[in-house]
Design a binder for this molecule. Structure first.
Ligand SMILES: [Zn+2]
Length: 393
């Protein structure tokens, strides 16, 4: 629902980002986004008509989304509707959860609205919707350390009503934070205009509202830009976040980032936001960038899956079931090793100095450690697993 002119921040320094290298498995999965699927999703979204919040077409779009997820192999129990109302209007957000292997209670939210206004909204926001679907299809059987929620909001065009409802009834209940969300990654209006040179995407960071979450958003947005360069042919521009579904999250202090088209089509909220005017190749390229970045943020498995087919499950990593928690930790860390009875644990500081070691102990007393970032290595007969941990007292 963006209406304000965008002023771009130029030459944001990327060099101070920790080296973020291409991961071949991530690239292979980003390349599993197909132009045919993107175009087909856009066509079907267009065919649903004007999906005004609360309309029959809006409900039809919700059902279309649910059927898509079922067709990718997600179960009904992974899909939760979040109904909301305003005045006499009723609509629903749709939330699909894929559980993480290491941090099942910490979420990466990838979101975009599916309601439209005046026109079929093929760019605003059939584009983001189509990309979420491709990401969900491709990552269905890929283990990720963090849980992922694919969230399709409604009521966006009436003023972020669906996302506001979700944040204030699901993510938060009163002043109680219910959902531990690592990052909200919003995709809204990335359709471009056919005929334009659509070779760049705007990566949006949080520069306003609550200020305590701005630095984390800046970091995530720069990582988003790096991923875009690694996993898609697109160039990037960093700008600021405004007027879309990440804002209610920002207002609660969560970390946000987003994609938005760089050269504006100016077709939004009109009958011109249609299949004829959109640039489907641009959506395809943004889709690759999004699948690359989502794997980075959710820490997807890096084992190669070239031969992974829809009905095959990936080879199980013997270290995958090791859980280390809490993280951040205070005086105690628990290490769950499902299989291994014989194991040793080493904790090193970031300079590489060994600060703690133990053998066959699942509970590690960390009360002597100062606040800071460390690495913990669990050594088993099946191999070694190293994770970053934070001590925060
Ligand atoms: Zn929009």
């Amino acid at each position: 629902m963006k209406k304000i002119a965008v002023f771009l921040f130029t030459s944001v320094a990327l060099q101070n980002i920790a080296a973020q290298n291409l991961i071949q498995a991530y690239k292979d999965r980003a390349d599993m986004v197909t132009q045919a699927n993107i175009s087909n999703n856009l066509q079907e979204f267009s065919n649903l008509g004007v999906k005004t919040t609360g309309s029959t077409a809006n409900t039809d779009a919700l059902n279309w989304l649910k059927n898509k997820y079922l067709s990718y192999g997600y179960s009904s129990s992974q899909m939760v509707e979040d109904p909301f109302s305003f005045g006499s209007t009723n609509s629903k957000n749709l939330v699909i959860t894929k559980t993480g292997t290491l941090y099942p209670d910490k979420y990466i939210i990838i979101c975009g609205h599916y309601d439209t206004i005046v026109g079929p909204g093929v760019s605003d926001n059939g584009s983001g919707t189509s990309i979420l679907l491709e990401a969900a299809r491709i990552l269905k059987d890929i283990p990720t350390e963090y849980s992922i929620k694919f969230v399709h909001f409604s009521g966006e065009e009436q003023g972020l009503i669906g996302s506001n409802h979700y944040v204030n009834n699901v993510a938060y209940q009163g002043n109680t934070r219910k959902l531990d969300i690592k990052l909200v990654f919003n995709i809204d209006q990335v359709g471009g205009q056919i005929g334009n040179l659509n070779n760049k995407i705007t990566c949006e960071r949080d520069t306003g509202g609550i200020s305590s979450n701005n630095a984390a958003s800046n970091t995530a947005t720069q990582e988003l830009a790096v991923c875009t360069g690694l996993y898609s042919p697109l160039q990037t521009s960093i700008s600021y976040a405004y007027s879309s579904d990440y804002i209610p999250f920002e207002e609660k202090g969560y970390t946000i980032t987003g994609f938005y088209e760089y050269i504006k089509s100016e077709n939004e909220h009109s009958t011109d936001d249609n299949l004829t005017n959109i640039d489907p190749v641009y959506v395809f390229n943004v889709g690759k960038a999004a699948v690359g970045a989502l794997q980075h943020f959710a820490v997807a498995s890096t084992s190669n899956n070239n031969n992974l087919q829809v009905n095959e499950t990936p080879a199980k990593d013997p270290l995958q079931n090791i859980r280390i928690y809490p993280n951040p930790a205070k005086d105690m860390i628990t290490v769950e090793t499902e299989k291994s009875k014989q194991f040793s644990i080493e904790i090193n500081d970031m300079a590489g100095h060994l600060v703690l070691s133990s053998e066959n102990q699942n509970r590690i007393n960390t009360s002597a450690l100062q606040n800071g970032v460390y690495t913990i290595t669990i050594k088993t007969s099946a191999g070694n697993l190293t994770r970053k941990i934070i001590i925060e007292k």
